[in-house]
Design a protein around this ligand. Structure first.
Ligand code: SAM
Length: 226
């Protein structure tokens, strides 16, 4: 799989995509992630990527030309399954969407900035708009990193014990059960006896019950999803 992220702030993406599971997946060749500097597709000496909004008002707007050139160059090299724009008014990102995107071959993610991108980019170049939540961040880099991380950990082989990703929250629309590690008793705060029993089937049953209980209590909306 290949993920190309177009941004005006490539430095912001360096750290989140170079540690832990994402780094290991890159090192193993399971995913190729490229961070593309939008300023490389500008034509003036100041490498301008934004301009004033037509009609006035506060805030700059990301210009269409550099974004068009960057996307055209990438598209001339390979076919893309999705060209995503991160936007607070996009479709809400979910584990289900991460699962679906992890099955794709090539994805572009465009990180917005300023007041957003020229609307014609969204109308003519973008195939999917994704929001990571109902709040506004300064730029699309953190959303792009969040989306990339959620996708990459689902690629087979990215996590050594594949079951571990499958038993995470939101897979099967359930929250994960609680987890514990040593010591079994810390200042009188004890680990549930069942987890120390060694009865695998009973432990699995307990974990499933805990998942159902926690989902019912904390996120009843999950079972109502389409
Ligand atoms: N004026 C825009 C609005 O009200 O919808 C917000 C622009 S925001 C300051 C700059 C950029 O950050 C956006 O273009 C988008 O790419 C990104 N962004 C901010 N919040 C986001 C969110 N919750 N999900 C996805 N992207 C977000």
């Amino acid at each position: 799989m290949r993920i190309d992220i177009i941004t005006v702030l490539p430095e912001l993406l360096e750290s989140p995509l170079n540690f832990s599971i994402v780094k290991r997946a890159r090192d193993k060749g399971l995913v190729e992630i490229n961070v593309i500097n939008l300023r490389d597709f500008t034509s003036d000496k100041y490498k301008t990527v934004d301009d004033y909004a037509f009609g006035g008002g506060a805030g700059m707007v990301m210009m269409i030309e550099p974004v068009f050139k960057a996307i055209e160059k990438l598209k001339s090299e390979r076919e893309y399954d999705e060209i995503i724009y991160t936007s607070p008014d996009g479709e809400r990102f979910t584990q289900r969407m991460a699962n679906m995107l992890s099955l794709k071959n090539n994805i572009i993610i465009l990180a917005g900035h300023y007041k957003g991108v020229d609307q014609r980019i969204r109308e003519h170049l973008i195939t999917r708009e994704i929001s990571i939540g109902d709040y506004v961040l300064s730029g699309g880099e953190i959303p792009a990193a969040a989306i990339t991380d959620a996708i990459v950990r689902l690629i087979p082989g990215a996590i050594s014990d594949e079951q571990s990703a499958l038993s995470d929250s939101f897979q099967d629309d359930l929250l994960a059960p609680p987890v514990y590690t040593r010591p079994a008793d810390f200042n009188g705060w004890k680990v549930p006896d069942i987890l120390l029993s060694g009865h695998t089937a009973e432990i699995d049953k307990w974990r499933h019950e805990q998942s159902l209980e926690r989902t019912h209590k904390l996120r009843p909306d999950l079972s109502k999803d389409e």
